[in-house]
Design a protein around this ligand. Structure first.
Ligand SMILES: NC(=O)c1ccc[n+]([C@@H]2O[C@H](COP(=O)([O-])OP(=O)(O)OC[C@H]3O[C@@H](n4cnc5c(N)ncnc54)[C@H](OP(=O)(O)O)[C@@H]3O)[C@@H](O)[C@H]2O)c1
Length: 217
């Protein structure tokens, strides 16, 4: 079974995804800048999930040990973290969840000049790593409740096999994954998050999401 490493896995989105995958029986590594913090988070996760599938490591060790590596740090730490981990990511899928928000106006779409965060990741990592974009429209709050509201997951990437792997991983987390086209389409997914943040504020929620309609899947 493939091991999933989560960089920044002590955070809101990372810990929620880790919980979902551990509950689904998948081995998970929590990555942190601090190995002790990662170990504490993994112990807490094992108690919540009722098994022993999570381990904690510093981010570099986590990237080395994982088969699939999921990036869950803020956009302000995206480049530096990827540059640090680049050698460990060669030959692997890097799942980028990053939304390039520009505080304080996080409810306004403000994509980077390069197009989107996922394209920046692919440029930093080069051809040896396959970047797939996913989970930007999943609220961390929704991951904590098994029966809570769910968003569909748009999965963008240039390699259809890698995309399929992450569609399956979305399904394993209890969400519905969709092939959403090439990595450049991540611009739409990333932009959509600011729309959801606006809707959250306007309608007083913390867990709005998206649902694809008009097709059985
Ligand atoms: N929160 C959501 O609902 C949500 C939804 C969709 C997408 N996202 C995306 O997911 C990513 C993570 O968001 P989040 O809300 O989970 O973030 P978060 O909780 O604020 O942070 C995630 C982790 O980043 C690490 N971190 C903090 N400062 C860092 C630094 N200087 N360098 C490297 N790592 C650092 C921390 O781990 P350690 O201190 O243990 O290293 C922290 O636990 C973002 O890109 C966001 O756009 C979030």
């Amino acid at each position: 079974m493939q091991t999933i490493s989560i960089i920044g896995g002590t955070g809101e989105l990372g810990s929620g995804l880790a919980l979902r995958w551990a509950k689904a029986g998948l081995p998970v590594i929590i990555g942190s800048r601090d190995a002790d913090r990662a170990a504490e988070a993994a112990n807490a996760l094992n108690k919540l999930a009722g098994n022993d599938l999570a381990r904690g490591m510093d981010n570099l060790a986590a990237a080395e040990a994982g088969d699939i590596v999921v990036m869950t740090v803020k956009f302000s730490h995206h480049r530096a973290t990827l540059e640090q981990l680049k050698p460990a990511l060669a030959g692997k899928i890097l799942v980028d969840t990053t939304v390039p928000l520009v505080p304080p106006k996080v409810a306004r779409v403000q994509l980077p000049a390069e197009g989107c965060a996922a394209l920046i990741a692919q440029k930093i990592l080069g051809d040896e790593t396959t970047v797939v974009s996913a989970f930007q429209n999943v609220s961390a709050a929704s991951l904590q409740h098994d029966n809570g509201p769910k968003s569909d997951v748009l999965v963008a990437g240039d390699d259809p096999d890698a995309r399929e792997t992450i569609v399956q991983l979305s399904n394993a987390a209890g969400y519905k994954g969709w092939h959403a086209g090439p990595l450049a389409n991540s611009a739409a997914t990333e932009a959509l998050t600011s729309v959801l943040i606006f809707i959250n504020k306007r309608y007083k929620s913390n867990h709005t999401g998206i649902a694809i309609s008009g097709v059985d899947h």
